[in-house]
Design a protein around this ligand. Structure first.
Ligand code: PA5
Length: 424
């Protein structure tokens, strides 16, 4: 596994003896996950998903993606929560390998947003993928109704069938009913994998393959992480190190974790992470609040609060070793801005110094921090990152003694919404 975890700036906040003290609990969490004896174990199918994924299914999805690309100018991906953020996070991270534009719908209930989207789609050859594990969520269901009508007016019935794809449960939910009755192509979301853990199931893989992403490399990365993050060895398992550090900081009343990146392409990975961690841990009156910032922009605003505000937070930085671009800073004869000190250097060198300066200043200001080092912006690294975070949140969830795999609070909102709308 090429992803690394730097914990230098935890010194003084977490000592080896603190980790030793919770080691029995980590071992218990490890065994409960492995033996499926912990809370919510019926939704732990994500654990061996990378190695269990059938290569024949990956071939089929990849081939399907190529076919769809050949007759489409764009893809509309309809979904919310776990049926949305992972797809967008992947495409923004892998922007340079994307081959087909993707628009999103069903992630809000804004009429203006949908109006402008349909305007944009008018002159394009469109394919639509609707993703909903439950098949009953309000936002994607209504977006699908509206977009389906647009598609029915644009295409003849036979053409329509190859331009609408439904990804949902194999038998439950309204979306399954619609797909079966109207004859749309379907893919199944694994029963034992919850929405926020579903990016490596067909829920994420199908839209990503249509967009031209190398899904086999994504899975290869996740397989590496599965191997490395499955050993009960605190020296080797960085997901367990991260989980232990988070738990110990929370016990010191550091109740906010700020995930921070110096790269715009990681902004939606932060959104994916927020859903994964917030929805998995935030229950029974417990949970670390997952926040995210985008540096260096937010250093000029939120940086003040982090440096000198209430000491109730810690930071996790995500740093990418190879930015993938070369941009040299020009030398200026006049040097009126006094920046010839970095002339002829890479812009990314300055970005890295900004990270180092921030990590040191915040640590000295009383904010412990860790850094996740990602090799590069490629599918393999992203697959590693996804699995690393999934395994870590499962462990902290069990350390916190909550069920990390349910989301009763989200269901409560959905139920109230149905009541208000008069939906049976
Ligand atoms: O993690 C979860 O299960 C939820 O946040 C879901 O991903 C979200 O509510 C969307 O649900 P569905 O895919 O069933 O439409």
């Amino acid at each position: 596994m090429q992803i690394k975890l730097d914990q230098e700036h935890l010194k003084g906040f977490i000592e080896q003896k603190d980790i030793d003290a919770i080691l029995p609990d980590i071992e218990q969490a490890h065994n409960d996950l492995l033996n499926k004896t912990g809370k919510g174990s019926e939704y732990t199918g994500w654990m061996d998903l990378p190695t269990k994924l059938d290569d024949a299914l990956l071939d089929e999805i990849e081939k399907f993606g190529e076919e769809v690309r050949a007759y489409s100018d764009c893809l509309v991906s309809i979904g919310i929560g776990g049926s949305y953020v992972g797809i967008r996070a992947s495409l923004e991270f892998l922007i340079s390998s994307q081959k087909l534009p993707v628009y999103y719908a069903g992630n809000n209930i804004s009429s203006g947003y949908l109006f402008h989207l349909l305007e944009t789609l008018k002159e394009k050859r469109v394919t639509v993928v609707v993703i909903s594990k439950s098949g009953t969520t309000t936002e994607p269901a209504l977006a699908f109704r509206i977009i389906k009508k647009f598609m029915q007016e644009k295409y003849m019935p036979a053409e329509l069938k190859r331009r609408i794809v439904c990804i949902t449960d194999k038998e439950k939910g309204a979306l399954r009913g619609i797909a079966d009755r109207e004859g749309y192509r379907t893919f199944e979301i694994n029963d034992d994998v919850g929405g926020r853990f579903s990016v490596l199931t067909p829920a994420g893989l199908v839209p990503l393959a249509i967009a031209g992403i190398d899904i086999k490399a994504l899975i290869a990365g996740a397989r590496k992480a599965q191997e490395c993050c499955s050993v009960m060895d605190m020296e080797k398992n960085i997901a367990y190190q991260y989980a232990a550090a988070r738990y110990l900081l929370y016990k010191q009343e550091k109740e906010i974790e700020v995930l921070t990146t110096f790269y715009q392409r990681l902004a939606f990975v932060e959104e994916w992470w927020k859903q994964l961690f917030g929805e998995s841990e935030g229950k029974d009156g417990k949970g670390i609040f997952p926040a995210s910032l985008s540096f260096t922009a937010d250093l000029h605003s939120m940086g003040q609060l982090i440096q000198e505000g209430e000491r109730n937070m810690y930071e996790t930085f995500m740093v990418v070793k190879d930015s993938g671009y070369s941009m040299t800073i020009p030398r200026d004869e006049q040097d009126l801005d006094n920046f010839n000190c970095v002339a002829d250097k890479e812009l990314d060198y300055v970005n890295k110094q900004a990270y180092r300066a921030t990590a040191m200043a915040h640590y000295e200001g009383g904010v412990p921090n860790m850094t996740i080092l990602v090799p590069q912006f490629d599918a393999d690294s992203l697959g590693q990152l996804y699995y690393f975070f999934e395994k870590a949140v499962a462990i902290t969830g069990y350390l916190l003694k909550v069920n990390p795999f349910n989301q009763p609070g989200v269901e409560a909102y959905k139920k109230k919404m149905f009541e208000l709308l008069g939906r049976k």
